[in-house]
Write a protein that binds this ligand. Structure first.
Ligand code: 5RP
Length: 224
């Protein structure tokens, strides 16, 4: 099976976690796009979604799925999103699609995080994928030095034309490579406190409750 087919498989499998009559939290990325496409088939069973990015909002609305502001709704039972890496405890690296801040906000508002991923995302220790960190632009250079002190090489994420990528929140992203994150809760706590950090792309507090992992043999369900 191709990676695209594996993503379609978990996107469809995630439908079983959508609670009828309830708003669903929707993440961002190519795997989530498959989930959104599948969700269109059962859109009449839910009032709509809370979305984690402008890109997902556009896709949801194009398929006729209502999108609510997070402030308009209360607790959301289930949040469905992809990941760049997931370890054996349900801790994740996220933000490859630059949507980590809103993803963490919607995840925090949701009861259960259902991660959808293909098996290439499964790791023993987080950090092979550079950790995305959303930052206030004026703090970038200092934060690059702070990451260097902990052994990480941070670089501002750029567009193909060389300009820094600007997030949906008007901020920049640092991608930090060279870290082996053996203590994701400790790492998240520490980096969260650095002035200028908006969101760190280690999801330890908002970890996955369940991961639907697409493998050549079918969808595996991991519960944490
Ligand atoms: C976006 C994310 C995505 O969930 C993550 O990058 C995985 O994306 P994909 O499903 O395209 O591999 O965190 O900010």
């Amino acid at each position: 099976m191709t990676q695209d087919e594996l993503k379609t498989l978990v996107g469809q499998a995630a439908l079983q976690y959508v609670v009828a009559g309830e708003i669903v939290g929707v993440g961002t990325g190519s795997t989530v796009n498959k989930f959104i496409d599948a969700l269109a088939a059962i859109k009449d069973r839910i009032p709509g979604a809370v979305s984690s990015s402008n890109a997902s909002t556009e896709r949801l609305r194009a398929l006729g799925i209502a999108v609510f502001d997070a402030n308009e709704v209360g607790d959301i039972p289930v949040y469905i999103d992809g990941a760049d890496e997931i370890d054996g405890r349900g801790f994740m690296i996220k933000g490859g699609g630059a949507a980590l801040t809103r993803e963490k906000i919607v995840a925090a508002q949701s009861g259960r995080f259902v991660c959808i991923a293909d098996e290439s995302k499964q790791v023993q220790v987080l950090g092979r994928f550079p950790v995305p960190v959303e930052v206030v632009p004026m703090a970038s250079a200092r934060l690059v030095r702070q990451f260097a002190e902990m052994g990480g090489a941070a670089a501002v994420r750029r567009m193909p034309d060389g300009r820094p990528l600007v997030t949906d929140n008007g901020q920049h992203i640092l991608d930090v490579s060279g870290l082996a994150i053996s203590d994701p809760p400790g790492f998240e706590r520490e980096v969260n406190q650095w002035p200028g950090v908006v969101t760190v792309g280690v999801f330890a507090r908002q970890k996955a409750a369940v991961c639907l992992l697409a493998t050549a043999a079918g969808v595996k369900t991991l519960a944490f």
